[in-house]
Ligand binder design. Structure first.
Ligand SMILES: O=C(CO)[C@H](O)[C@H](O)COP(=O)(O)O
Length: 232
């Protein structure tokens, strides 16, 4: 699949998911190239159809895009609930376990997701996998002592790589932390891994989102396909 085809599938999933946002809702808005299509569609509806909703964003990038359309954005601590959060994902398997954080927004994404009544992911079909882990697992790490965290990951065979930008500088999250990507190949025991990562001092959060999502909307060449999680 070339990039244009993949973008078309992402866009179709984003437009389909935008239908879930209705007047008066508080909606969590994720981060990434698929979510950009979602926000474009929500912005269009705000401007052309008078849709009124309040957004809680998972990154400054999404906040800027949404506010550019005149979408009202508030801080996560200024709402007492979030009706639905729509976000992208890097991988998702048939058990609805997934990896997020390719766009370095995993911490805010997980905070918004865990405070949402419903979580919806929008992905193109290449993200639906049998076993997660081919996509390097992002881990958000505090800069102080990050070298030691990386050494501990190396000793455990996690194959960590500190994420750098195009200029060779450490990528910083919206919380000014580093991202370490674990090149695991496959993750057979995600719950054990999640437990180990979150108990490592210096780790703020990891990109394993295990059985959190309610619905996955998959951009498929035959039209958006909906996968519903019956185990939540
Ligand atoms: O988790 C994320 C950002 O931290 C994204 O949702 C994930 O990386 C998918 O991005 P894209 O839609 O660009 O493929």
């Amino acid at each position: 699949m070339d990039k244009a085809q993949q973008d078309a599938l992402k866009k179709a999933a984003g437009i389909e998911a935008a239908k879930l946002v209705t007047n008066g809702m508080i909606a969590g808005l994720g981060t990434g190239s698929t979510v950009r299509f979602l926000v474009d569609e929500l912005g269009r509806r705000v401007q052309e159809e008078g849709l009124q909703f309040t957004g809680v964003t998972t990154s400054r990038r999404t906040q800027e895009q949404a506010e550019g359309y005149g979408i009202k954005i508030v801080d996560v601590d200024d709402v007492d609930h979030i009706d639905v959060t729509i976000d992208g994902a890097d991988e998702v398997d048939k058990n609805f376990d997934g990896i997020k954080g390719g766009g370095a927004a995993l911490l805010w994404e997980k905070i918004v997701a865990t405070n949402s009544n419903k979580i919806v992911w929008i992905v193109d079909e290449s993200k639906v996998v049998d076993t997660i882990g081919a996509f390097p697992l992002p881990v958000e790490v505090i800069p102080f002592g990050a070298g030691h965290v990386i050494k501990k990951f190396e000793a455990k065979g996690y194959k960590p790589v500190l994420r750098l930008d195009a200029d060779g500088k450490e990528v910083r999250t919206d919380e000014n932390n580093f991202v370490v990507d674990l090149h695991l190949g496959r993750i057979d025991h995600p719950r054990e891994l999640a437990e180990d990562l979150i108990n490592t001092v210096g780790v703020v959060e990891h990109g394993l989102f295990l059985n959190m999502v309610d619905t996955v909307i998959v951009g498929d060449p035959n039209g958006p396909r909906v996968m519903t999680n019956g185990n939540k």
